[in-house]
Ligand binder design. Sequence first.
Ligand SMILES: Cc1ncc(COP(=O)(O)O)c(C=O)c1O
Length: 389
Amino acid sequence: MTTPRLTSSTRLDRVKPFKAMSVMQRAEELEAQGRKIVHMEVGEPDFTTAGPIVTAGIEALQKGRTQYTAAAGLDSLRAKIADHYKSRYCVSVDPQRVFVTPGASAGLVLLANLLIEPGSGVLLPDPAYPCIRNFIHLRGAQPQLVPVSSKQNFQPRLEGLENARAPDTSGVWLASPSNPTGTILERDQLAAICQWTSRHGLHFLMDEIYHGLHYVADMPSVLELDQSCFVVNSFSKYFGMTGWRIGWIVVPDAYVDTVNSLAQNLYISAPTVSQYAAMAAFEEPTLEILEHRREAFRQRRDFLVQALEELGFKLPESIQGAFYIYAGIEKFSANSEEFCADMLEKHGVAITPGSDFGEHGSDRYVRFAFTTSMDDLRLAVSRLAAALA
Ligand SMILES: Cc1ncc(COP(=O)(O)O)c(C=O)c1O
């Protein structure tokens, strides 16, 4: 039998592997050889899913909730998500505008299909979550990168967006808090971008997946400012449900029917058991557990920020959310991939090279994920200290 030939496709050629996952794979190989590796490469909470959510999932299985749901998700869950906007952000969202998705990832793929035409361009910050660039390429469109640096707290300003805007630009995709930098857009900056996008007739997608994991008093949802935006969120990070594959999107009224058709075709529905489990995510006992975890992340951040600065890494002015530190390594190396390989192979510390996230000076950055215990963070710091002495 002959193997069918893979046709050459520029769209596919442009899709790059996710380096954080390759680092993890290598780290696991080293562990299998008996080495102790500190994992700081993957953006996944080390806490297992909170008890009340697990119980709700088990009950759903025991009750035989194993069929598809409607493509938009269970109405009861959509209503709870809408209530979450009311209680956390004081904003009214019609549950009909909420679609439950198999993770934020499926939400992003759906919105890429909805919003991006082949041959168009989409503005996004550099650095940013790598899959976004790839989703845009898969649509036969062009990521139009807006370089951001520590000078703008790694979030785009209007001037940068304006400089990168081209006649074919159709929209802007941002994340706050950001992966890989952990920095946020302040309320006035977000409002200015909303006005700028509507002035230029651009769609505006905000990835709010790290909401909840923020360490500042004011963490606005873009829906407080402009209901014509597209919002992506997930139960993966703050709610600690990565493996359940469940998230949601909120879309403007006018798009509800089209999004429903896309959801039916792309994935039929989000995992049913996960939807029942997620119903317990907004309950008081669960939120209490999650708030303790947020506090644990804050303590880890405080420890690691101080330790990395003492070691000579260059850090953003403030890490306001998520569980990442995007650290400048210019004092040590001009090649983040070599630096990360060295830290892993010789010193047993797994971190992700900046080149995973962009092209703008990314070789001089690495990403630390503080998704591991304080004991492991201390071990990592002592290993880094020995390595860099
Ligand atoms: C910014 C951002 N968006 C989306 C995702 C996808 O998350 P999930 O599909 O697990 O909800 C991630 C995962 O790390 C992320 O960092």
